[in-house]
Design a protein around this ligand. Structure first.
Ligand code: SF4
Ligand code: FES
Length: 376
């Protein structure tokens, strides 16, 4: 039973449909990245939704007005039915994007995905130095396979985005990462500093960069954006911990995105499963429409009525929506507090203290694994 507060449900027409559905098809993955955004408790293969259940989700998403589906994981190509799922999503009219490590792609499955109607691929890279990339991924020869995957994707005629997660153990090679994206024929590069949830939070002292390193990285990105205009688009995500105002996490709670876990839990973001006191609806028993418009969990932090001060009377309340609920919980134990990434937050001093992690020696990685993180 949930000890959920009473919330006001929106009137029909008051809430826009989600723009995108993040389909976490599986938590299985050959890589073990220490900043993985999956929860510490990973879903086992036996709990995964069936092919027919996923197809129903995609049909319901299209009927609801969702525009895009992101196939994610874990490693989505670890699902044997990935081509069938992409084909179904494309058939019902969704824009399809595959977010992959690339290590399971070969000529045949890449060509089959393209024929099934896949619109776009996001391929992750851990570093440009092969040995360090494999160390971060926790998988031998991963980097070599990713280089081959990039070629397969381009040869299949698919548009490519490189995803580069940056942190203190690869930030020095940001210029090389930008050159790699150009050399591999990517149209877009996402340079994303690690966000500290789940596994990344366990590894914060191994990953968190200094402010000076962040500033240098920002200058490099800005110079590259000017130099590569028309060649490569660079998206840039900075770590919240150095911000004065928080990000509008997921574009605001239950405003733009709906996340489905491998076992079928519907969530407003990938990290929400860690929040206590919620009855997350299951798409096995609840339609996507009822999840989006009717569930208490999706309505709890929607809009501004739930906000405490200083958000309630702040002129940014409909810009950042009070920041990230999961980060507020992580720092304060209460998801309804103002995100401490905001300099106005009453709990800001907790985040100030956490920044000290950048100054100490980097710790060993705790790699992502089934069964959760070992006690340290
Ligand atoms: Fe955003 Fe709240 Fe900070 Fe205002 S007080 S900037 S709404 S987090
Ligand atoms: Fe859950 Fe920000 S990650 S609201």
């Amino acid at each position: 039973m949930s000890d959920a507060p009473t919330v006001t449900r929106p009137a029909p027409g008051e809430i826009a449909p989600p723009l995108a559905l993040l389909a976490e098809l599986t938590h299985r993955c050959p890589l073990r990245c220490p900043y993985c955004s999956n929860p510490l408790e990973l879903d086992r293969a036996s709990r995964e939704l069936s092919t027919e259940e996923w197809k129903r989700v995609f049909s319901e998403a299209a009927a609801l007005g969702v525009l895009q589906v992101h196939f994610s994981g874990g490693e989505p190509t670890a699902r044997r039915d990935i081509v069938e799922l992409v084909a179904h999503a494309a058939k019902v009219g969704l824009y399809t994007n595959l977010i992959t490590s690339g290590v399971l792609l070969d000529h045949d499955n890449t060509a089959a995905l393209a024929s099934a109607g896949l619109d776009h691929v996001q391929l992750s890279f851990q570093d440009t130095d092969a040995a360090n990339a494999d160390r971060i991924a926790g998988l031998d020869k991963a980097h070599r396979k990713k280089l081959a995957a990039a070629k397969l994707i381009r040869d299949a005629g698919l548009p490519l985005t490189l995803n580069a997660v940056m942190h203190r153990q690869n930030l020095d090679r940001l210029p090389e990462m930008i050159e790699l994206a150009v050399a591999l024929g990517a149209q877009r590069l996402e340079v994303a500093h690690v966000q500290y949830y789940g596994w990344a939070l366990q590894n914060r002292r191994a990953l968190f960069p200094t402010y000076e390193a962040l500033e240098r990285a920002t200058e490099i990105v800005e110079a590259a954006r000017a130099r590569l205009k028309g060649v490569l688009t660079i998206d840039y995500v900075v770590p919240d911990y150095y911000a004065r105002r928080p990000k509008a996490c997921m574009g605001g709670w239950a405003r733009q995105f709906i996340n489905i876990s491998p076992a079928g839990k519907a969530l407003p973001c990938h990290a929400a499963e860690t929040l206590p006191g919620f009855d997350w609806p299951s798409i096995k028993t609840t339609s996507l429409r009822d999840v989006w418009y009717g569930s208490e969990a999706f309505n709890r932090y929607r809009g501004t009525a739930w906000m405490p001060e200083p958000c309630r009377s702040c002129d940014r309340r409909e810009i950042d929506w009070g920041g990230c609920r999961c980060q507020a919980f992580e720092f304060t134990g209460d998801a309804s507090r103002t995100d401490p990434a905001c300099a106005l937050a009453p709990d800001r001093s907790i985040l100030d203290a956490a920044r000290a992690d950048a100054l100490g020696p980097a710790t060993e990685f705790v790699y992502r694994q089934i069964g959760g993180a070992p006690a340290r």
